[in-house]
Ligand binder design. Structure first.
Ligand code: BMA
Length: 340
């Protein structure tokens, strides 16, 4: 039983390993990482930055798959244990709302989030430049592509797992169409997933915390807890050898998530293992999904590693919340409603 409550379903079969003796920090890696290796299926060279949800007692995922011609697309995968995966051989074929086929020119960094009885996929799509794509499914057989929520340029769209004051709520990170050397997290609301507004600033990049001083972006869907919305996100620093992506954690106000209650001044995971330091893009840990078990407070995080692999990391809600509160740092505007 955890002290901090997670307001979500129990998940007795959550992938899990206990914290190893001598582990540093509040998050520890799966001992068999990477859980998804290179060339995972025919025509796909690498799977990374991907999203998983529990489904019918097992697990289902939407995977960022770099096809062998170098273009990323989304593939569906199935797993009994959340660790070992089988994949559909073909990319996810969407239809538009009129039922006509739709295939994004490219699709990457999916998030997969259940709101009420529907699963939503949000990804980075081509809309005259990098923008957010949105689709829904109830059965993982028909995927209906919806209108793109925002004009370009934007990435890292993360839906909240329930409506707030009757509206869908979406975190995003306005960007450019390239490798974006800037960026903060914003929140927007919509009554119908068509019309979006009430835009608010949530979190600034961490000016004095160098690991997140260049840009930040939402990661896994926020987890509802008795202390606030627990958000795992990525923070980026620039070096003379390029960007380094680490994982951070923050707690947002339940009623008004544009207010940051606490955020950790320290990263909670940073590239240290070979599969994080070496790959198509070195030095990247990029969380896109987390599983939770409300009964035990266990959390299993899926993260992309070096744009080449999928890693899994663990924590508990008690451990991470305590860590974030203990290492809280104020950043400009974080504690405000985020409108000027
Ligand atoms: C970002 C996205 C991610 C990628 C990261 C590091 O801009 O494109 O998909 O993991 O760069 O290359």
């Amino acid at each position: 039983m955890s002290n901090v409550k997670i307001f979500a379903d129990e998940l007795p079969n959550i992938p899990w390993q206990e914290k190893p003796e001598g582990a540093i920090g509040p998050v520890w890696r799966h001992s068999e990482n990477p859980i998804i290796n290179r060339n995972p299926l025919k025509g796909v060279a690498r799977i990374f930055n991907s999203a998983v949800v529990p489904y019918k007692g097992e697990f289902i995922g939407v995977f960022r798959a770099e096809t062998v011609n170098g273009v990323p697309h989304l593939y569906l995968g199935y797993s009994k244990d959340g660790i070992n995966w089988t994949y559909e051989e073909e990319k996810i074929q969407f239809v538009n709302e009129a039922g006509e086929p739709f295939m994004p020119r490219y699709a990457y960094d999916p998030r997969l989030i259940k709101v009420e009885d529907t699963y939503y996929i949000i990804w980075c799509t081509d809309f005259y430049g990098a923008a957010l794509g949105l689709a829904k499914t109830t059965d993982f057989k028909t995927f209906v592509r919806l209108d793109n929520p925002f004009i370009p340029f934007n990435r890292n769209g993360v839906l909240f797992p329930r409506k707030l004051n009757g509206n869908f709520a979406l975190l995003s990170r306005p960007s450019d169409s390239g490798h974006t050397p800037f960026g903060d997290i914003f929140i927007s609301e919509s009554p119908d997933l068509v019309y979006w507004g009430k835009h608010r600033h949530v979190m600034t990049k961490g000016h004095s915390q160098w690991w997140q001083s260049l840009k930040i972006g939402g990661g896994a869907a926020p987890i509802e807890t008795s202390e606030g919305w627990l958000l795992f996100y990525h923070g980026v620093t620039g070096t003379c050898n390029g960007y380094v992506y680490s994982m951070g954690a923050a707690i947002l106000d339940i009623e008004n998530p544009s207010i940051v209650k606490y955020r950790s001044e320290n990263f909670i995971l940073t590239p240290e293992e070979w599969y994080e330091e070496r790959g198509f893009v070195a030095n990247v840990v990029f969380p896109c999904a987390a599983l939770t078990d409300a009964k035990t407070g266990r959390i299993a995080i899926y993260y992309g590693a070096a744009d080449s692999y999928v890693g899994m990391a663990f924590t508990t809600v008690d451990e991470i919340v305590e860590y974030v509160k203990e290492h809280h740092v104020d950043n400009a505007d974080d504690a405000t409603i985020g409108i000027i």
